[in-house]
Design a protein around this ligand. Structure first.
Ligand code: TMP
Length: 249
């Protein structure tokens, strides 16, 4: 393990803090137990969430790298911390949907749980003050948030993540309903997957019972929030035979 000295706090989000380190091109990300919903209107602590989301992300990102998706992840340092490549976050949240749910269902009047015939990629402007409004790629280019080439690459990577995660979770008894990704650029201009992949940023439904195993339990006051997060950590890190995961693809 390469320990780094935590330097200046570069950024504090709702669920994580990002610190500079003694290495110019590396940051430390520290995951918090804080949970918010509805752009920070609803706030609470979810016991153990920071450690669980750190562990889930630290488990998935190296496998995504192996599958050809460059990421900011370098290594897990402690229960709640990881060492990452320093990136500048592109202020565009990328949502990939397989099944109608959440804001998609509300906006279009499509019942939650309706399968989509192909993945839908949506883009939102990362702004809490504005409630992460839906945008399109023209908006992102016109306002200088990303270049057309970066947006092409982001879409390609988001669909690669989707192609990896859907069978990965299916093999563990979980339907991946939708998820949100963030990308950043490194000092040499490479676009890499950043942020996290966790029950905070995905919708996970049990494949048998459709029980929700993600942050919707908190958003919708369903109870059992900590248990759902722990269950997802268990499933993500569970060893599943390759043949089983191929069967469900
Ligand atoms: P939505 O249906 O509320 O737009 O959410 C789509 C997906 O994005 C869902 O998996 C939850 C995730 N998400 C975030 O990670 N951060 C957010 O701020 C929001 C609104 C959603």
């Amino acid at each position: 393990m390469t320990q780094r000295t935590r330097g200046e706090l570069k950024y504090e989000g709702k669920a994580k803090r990002v610190y500079a380190t003694d290495h110019e091109h590396e940051y430390i990300v520290a995951y918090k137990d804080d949970a918010t919903a509805f752009n920070g209107v609803k706030k609470a602590q979810i016991g153990g969430k920071g450690a669980i989301n750190n562990a889930i992300t630290a488990h998935l990102f190296p496998q995504l790298e192996q599958a050809g998706v460059p990421t900011h992840f370098l290594e897990k340092l402690s229960d709640t911390e990881q060492r990452v490549r320093a990136v500048t976050i592109i202020p565009v949240e990328v949502i990939v949907r397989n099944v109608a749910a959440g804001s998609f269902s509300k906006r279009l009047g499509i019942e939650e749980g309706t399968p989509l015939s192909r993945p839908v990629v949506e883009y939102c402007y990362k702004s809490d003050a504005l409630g992460d409004p839906l945008i399109n790629t023209d908006t992102a280019v016109a306002l200088g948030w990303a270049t057309p080439a970066q947006l092409t690459r982001i879409r390609e990577l988001a669909l690669q993540v989707q192609a990896f995660l859907v069978p990965y979770f299916a093999a563990r008894g979980v339907r991946l309903i939708d998820f949100k990704l963030e990308f950043g650029t490194t000092a040499d201009g490479e676009v890499v997957l950043a942020d996290e992949i966790s029950p905070d940023t995905c919708r996970f439904w049990d494949a048998q019972t459709s029980e929700k195993l993600d942050k919707d339990r908190f958003r919708r006051d369903l109870g059992g929030v900590e248990d759902a997060y722990s269950e997802m950590l268990r499933r993500v890190t569970q060893d599943v035979e390759e043949s089983k995961s191929r069967e469900v693809e």
